[in-house]
Design a binder for this molecule. Structure first.
Ligand SMILES: [Fe+2]
Length: 176
């Protein structure tokens, strides 16, 4: 498998293993803003897990990274005379941009699945994804994958890496 916009370079087996690891990971305790967001999603999109609902999350997911990128650029404006520091901030710009791009592929891929499957607000039928070939206009941009199930495993793996990076960044909120 060749990945491009997707993160990591996992083969089929690696994707399956990553899914199992994610499912075995304890959930974080959600803060108030997250709980409000999830509640609002349930109100507007219903409680069932639909692709449309996940699409909204992908749309929202880019926003914090956009903020990081913008704030980091402003920080460079104020620190460029300290080259080492400015360079480290620029690394953060690049990381934020890569995360935004990755979330953008998720958004386009979900939109494409919704259009192709004609799914409106029905329940997801997960077992069918195992046999459905991954046929996408974005395969060359994102990743060459065998099945739709593997697509969602890859997206899940991307999200886990985003989470791990975000958690690491929360521990070092200031540049030094
Ligand atoms: Fe995403």
């Amino acid at each position: 498998m060749t990945t491009r916009g997707a993160m990591g370079n996992l083969d089929r087996e690696g994707l399956r293993r990553a899914q199992q690891e994610t499912e075995c990971t304890a959930r974080r305790r959600y803060g108030l803003p997250a709980r409000v967001l999830f509640r609002l999603l349930d109100v507007f999109y219903g409680r069932p897990r639909t692709l449309s609902k996940f699409k909204v999350l992908e749309l929202i997911a880019r926003v914090p990274y956009q903020s990081w990128e913008q704030v980091a650029y402003i920080a460079i404006t104020h620190t460029y005379e300290r080259a080492g520091l400015a360079r480290r901030i620029y690394d953060r710009v690049q990381e934020s941009r890569a995360q935004q791009d990755n979330e953008q592929w998720h958004l386009l891929l979900l939109e494409e699945r919704i259009a192709r499957q004609g799914i409106r607000e029905g329940w997801l039928r997960f077992p069918e994804w195992e046999t459905e070939p991954f046929d996408s206009d974005f395969a060359a941009d994102y990743a060459e994958l065998d099945t739709v199930a593997d697509l969602f495993r890859q997206i899940g793996y991307d999200e886990r890496l985003h989470k791990q990076e975000s958690v690491a960044r929360m521990g070092e909120p200031r540049f030094h």
